[in-house]
Design a binder for this molecule. Structure first.
Ligand SMILES: [Zn+2]
Length: 153
């Protein structure tokens, strides 16, 4: 797991469109998924490159609370991890939406986040994406740092 903050999340348009569609369709519940990709650190770059956005199930135990909470089944994370390994990639992060809320991490997110992975948050109002921000939970400072999202060159 990488220790330093990535310079950017590189996100192909096809995967972006797919995850945006997923969280808009999940409205008013939180939509969530797993981000598979490559850590370019070995080639000297400091970007994380998204290759595949995998929509996941939100199985938060209290259905009425799924508009403000999410949990991804462990089996889906294990499968995603195996798929990533098979493809020579890794889990670089997770995405989830904030229905009717800004794209900033909640106190719940701060507890749930895995250090050393991206947390992409998408703000959705009325089934429309209004904002998105990638966050990095830095181990050394134990707080979220924003990471720019950019398209591949
Ligand atoms: Zn959240």
């Amino acid at each position: 797991m990488r220790e330093f903050t990535p310079a950017a999340m590189v996100c192909p348009r096809t995967e972006w469109d797919k995850l945006v569609r997923h969280v808009c369709q999940s409205y008013p519940e939180e939509g969530c998924g797993i981000l598979l990709g490559e850590d370019m650190a070995e080639s000297g770059a400091t970007d994380l490159r998204l290759r595949l956005a995998l929509p996941a199930s939100n199985v938060w135990g209290v259905p009425e609370e799924r508009g403000k909470r999410f949990v991804i089944p462990p089996q889906e994370i294990i499968l995603a991890d195996r798929l990533a390994a098979y493809l020579g990639w890794q889990i670089i992060g997770f995405y989830h939406s904030h229905p009717n809320q800004p794209a900033t991490p909640s106190a719940f997110d701060a507890d749930a986040a895995w250090a050393g992975t991206l947390m992409l948050i998408l703000s959705v109002y009325d089934q429309q994406l209004v904002d998105a921000q990638a966050w990095w939970k830095a181990q050394e400072v134990a707080r979220f740092v924003p990471v720019p999202i950019r398209q591949p060159d």
